[in-house]
Design a protein around this ligand. Sequence first.
Ligand SMILES: CC(C)(COP(=O)(O)OP(=O)(O)OC[C@H]1O[C@@H](n2cnc3c(N)ncnc32)[C@H](O)[C@@H]1OP(=O)(O)O)[C@@H](O)C(=O)NCCC(=O)NCCS
Length: 147
Amino acid sequence: MNITQLIDNKKRHIDLLLLADEQESMIDRYLERGDIFVLDDNGVKAICVVTDEGDGVCELKNIAVTPESQRQGYGKRLINYLVTHYSGKYTRMIVGTGDVPSTVNFYKSCKFEYSHRIKNFFTDNYDHLMIEDGVLLKDMIYLKREI
Ligand SMILES: CC(C)(COP(=O)(O)OP(=O)(O)OC[C@H]1O[C@@H](n2cnc3c(N)ncnc32)[C@H](O)[C@@H]1OP(=O)(O)O)[C@@H](O)C(=O)NCCC(=O)NCCS
C-alpha cells in the first residue's frame, strides 16, 4: 500500500471525489488550491483533498473510499497519514460533513470531536436536495482534531 500526492491533472479521480461531494461545482471551489492524496493498494482505493485555511488550520475537504473497499480501514489509514504528514505544519485539522451518523462515527473513530455547525449550508449552497443514508442534509457539522 502506498499514499502519494497528486501534483497535476487534479481531476484524474473526479469519480471518486464525487462520491463524497456530489456536485462538481462545489469540488471546483477547493480542488485547485488543495493538496490531493491517493491511496493505492493494488489499484486506487481512496482519495482526499486538504486545504490551508490559515492560522495553523487545515481542512479535510473531501475523503472517499471506493464502494467495494469501504470498512476495510483505508479511510482511517489515510487520515492517520495526513496527521503525520501535516503535524508540524498545522496545529489543527477540521472537517465539515452532513449530520449523518455513519460519517460522523467515522470521524469520531479517527479522533475528531464536534466543533460547530453551519446552519443550512447544504440547502443554501447545493443546487439540489442532498440525501445521504436516507437523511436530508441541511446543516454542515464541523469536527476538529489537534494534530
Ligand atoms: C466515510 C468513508 C471515507 C470511511 O472510509 P472507510 O475506509 O470505509 O472507513 P474505515 O474502514 O477506515 O472505518 C474506520 C472506522 O470508522 C467507523 N465507520 C466507518 N464507516 C462507518 C459507517 N458507514 N457506519 C458507522 N461507522 C463507520 C467504524 O468505527 C470503522 O471501524 P470498524 O470498521 O472497525 O468498525 C467511506 O465510507 C466513504 O468513502 N464514504 C463515501 C464518501 C463519503 O461519505 N465521504 C465522507 C464525506 S464527508
